[in-house]
Design a protein around this ligand. Structure first.
Ligand SMILES: [Zn+2]
Length: 311
């Protein structure tokens, strides 16, 4: 058997298409799996049982290329993937490539053709790879906080049954910010580059949403800078923080302005329009979170993204 393998390896350089390409793909696949397994095993620095939290565990063989452990307390077995969103997911050889596709904001069709997987598989993988987004709690905003809203047209993209007449190119945007046909997204950010984005429903932002989403996320000595919508004034009075109203068009200088938040809105809209040509309203929250995490966590490589999924 060993002689056969050595003979095969010697012949690899002389192989021509398609055999050469197939061998190359197989080797890449093995390398991909090894890299993924190394990253997963790197989590074993402080191993403990994911079922009961006990630290008294011992090694219990290897399965699916990963070290298996057995807990002395609860007698259950586990590996370093147990309890993560990727537990029991197949095709480890493609995980890093999938993370790369997500980082590049590829649409499902592109991911499917690049990884040679079904579009539905790509959808399920994207869900698994992005489930960590929702567990990450937003920070407390401090100092000068800019808050403003931006609007997205209601989109039924991908729906099989659309409950409206087809509209003309460009749509009905005649009353931006006030139309009930638009979804309001409120964004607040401080000068330490912490930000919070959330959907507040249709039409102008309502006070109850500010209470619900911002009350515990604003430092008591913060100063909120807005364009003067009444909901913000009421909110600031309620939580006893200073409220500064600025007229964005006047650019009256000083440190009180909402330029950062406007730039943030441009980046979000640019990203959504450039990569996805608009997204379905029911998935808008997901994309907001995704954008937030990539930007705030400074994730620039597929390995960083993969490690974030495992944490
Ligand atoms: Zn246990």
């Amino acid at each position: 058997m060993r002689d056969f393998v050595l003979e095969f390896i010697r012949k690899i350089p002389s192989l021509v298409y398609p055999e050469g390409a197939q061998v190359q793909a197989a080797l890449d696949s093995v390398r991909g799996v090894r890299k993924v397994c190394d990253l997963i095993e790197a989590r074993a620095e402080d191993p403990h049982c994911p079922h009961c939290g006990a630290t008294r565990i011992h090694k219990h063989g290897i399965r699916s290329r990963l070290q298996r452990y057995k807990c002395v307390s609860c007698r259950k077995t586990f590996n370093m993937l147990t309890g993560t969103p990727l537990a029991r997911l197949r095709r480890k050889d493609l995980w890093l490539q999938n993370a790369e596709c997500l980082l590049c904001s590829f649409v499902l069709r592109q991911i499917g053709s690049k990884l040679h997987i079904d579009k539905n598989t790509a959808f399920r993988w994207r869900h698994r790879f992005s489930s960590w987004l929702y567990e990450d709690t937003p920070p407390v905003l401090e100092g000068i906080i800019e808050a403003d809203e931006t609007y997205f047209r209601i989109s039924q993209k991908g729906c099989r049954h659309i409950d409206r007449k087809p509209h003309k190119r460009g749509g009905d945007n005649s009353s931006p910010g006030l139309s009930k046909k638009q979804v309001c997204v409120l964004t607040a950010c401080d000068r330490s580059q912490h930000s919070i984005e959330f959907i507040t429903g249709l039409g102008p932002v309502k006070g109850k949403w500010l209470d619900l989403m911002l009350t515990n996320r604003i430092a008591p000595d913060a100063i909120m800078v807005t364009d003067g919508l009444k909901s913000y004034s009421h909110f600031c009075q309620k939580v006893h923080i200073q409220h500064v109203i600025v007229n964005n068009k006047l650019r009256n200088g000083g440190c009180y302005h909402i330029q950062h938040i406007n730039a943030c809105h441009s980046r979000i809209k640019g990203w959504i329009n450039h990569h996805f040509r608009g997204v379905a309203t029911k998935y808008l929250n997901h994309y907001l979170w995704w954008r937030h995490e990539l930007e705030n966590k400074h994730i620039t490589s597929n390995i960083q993204l993969f490690q974030a999924v495992l944490c």
